[in-house]
Structure formats: C-alpha cells, structure tokens
Design a protein around this ligand. Structure first.
Ligand SMILES: Cc1cc2nc3c(=O)[nH]c(=O)nc-3n(C[C@H](O)[C@H](O)[C@H](O)COP(=O)(O)O)c2cc1C
Length: 148
C-alpha cells in the first residue's frame, strides 16, 4: 500500500461548502468501496489531501481527482510506500483548517513550507502532523454520521 499527499488551489468554479459536501459524499461511497482512506484539509483556497490505499487504487483515484475542475495546480508533496494507514476509520476525514490548527502545524513545521511543498520537509514529520489532525477531528465531522 501507499500514501500520496498533495496540495492544490481551489479554482473559480469551486462553490465552497456545497462542493465540499459533494466531494465528501462521493468519497464516502467510493473510498469505502475501494479501501481508500485519508484526510482532506481545506484552508482559504487551498486543499491538502492524503490518500492511503493499495497503490493502483490510489493512482486511479488521484487521476480522477487530478481532472476535477474544482481545483488546479496539484503538486504531489510525497508518494511513498507505507506499511500502515493513519486514517483507518474514515473513507475521507475532513477538516476546515482553523487558526489553532495552523498554530499546531507551525509548532511542528511551518504552514508556508508545507503548502509551498519545500523539498526539505521530512515526510515523517508531515505524517505526524496529520496524526494531530486525526485527534482534532470531532465526531460531528464524520461524513458517515452527518448523513444520519
Ligand atoms: C480536493 C478534492 C478531493 C477529492 N477527493 C475525493 C475522494 O477522496 N474520493 C472520491 O471518490 N472523490 C474525490 N473527489 C471527487 C473526484 O474528483 C470526482 O469528482 C469523483 O470521484 C466522481 O468522479 P466520477 O464522476 O468520474 O465518478 C475529490 C475532488 C476534489 C476537488
């Protein structure tokens, strides 16, 4: 299996909350069917997304996501073989990144370096930072529960 992490910019056709809901509902069915997990982070015009799963499945989903007109300038920050997942419970966890989250990221690594994809960022550190997000996601943000 592998973990792929990218950053992108929302495009002019991105409609905010409405599109986030559409993306999460697609991910909820598709990712659970194909055994993909991960987290989608959104903050002022930026997406950061971790995709975890079997290599061919992650590549196939990434190629669909790549073509999605709601974002552009996709930059893969890492694409690495992995032995375990971080987001086992979610088809796609979601976080609307807030200022406290950014403080947390800045304590671990700089938010600006993260979104600019500096080559000197350690992947292990990014994965640790994503684990912090896992702890922060409250139960009411789970797409599965939100639908009930
Ligand atoms: C930032 C972003 C993240 C996305 N993440 C997922 C995802 O995890 N799973 C998924 O099925 N679709 C995701 N999508 C939606 C896909 O790009 C695509 O719209 C969806 O898979 C439906 O594709 P289809 O109409 O070819 O079946 C994402 C889209 C964007 C813009």
């Amino acid at each position: 299996m592998k973990q792929l992490f990218y950053v992108s910019n929302t495009s002019l056709s991105f409609r905010g909350k409405e599109d986030i809901e559409d993306i999460l509902s697609k991910a909820d069915s598709y990712n659970n069917q194909t055994g993909i997990s991960g987290i989608l982070l959104y903050h002022s015009g930026l997406f950061l997304q971790l995709l975890e799963g079997e290599s061919a499945d992650v590549d196939h989903l990434y190629s669909k996501i790549f073509k999605d007109p709601r974002h552009s300038n996709l930059t893969v920050l890492f694409d690495i073989a992995a032995t375990q997942r971080i987001f086992t419970k979610w088809g796609m966890a979601y976080r609307d990144v807030n200022e406290l989250d950014i403080k947390m990221v800045n304590q671990m690594l700089s938010w600006t370096r993260l979104i600019q994809g500096s080559k000197d960022i350690d992947n292990a550190l990014i994965l640790k930072m994503l684990e912090q997000f896992k702890e922060r996601i409250s139960i009411d943000q789970l797409p599965n529960l939100a639908k009930e």
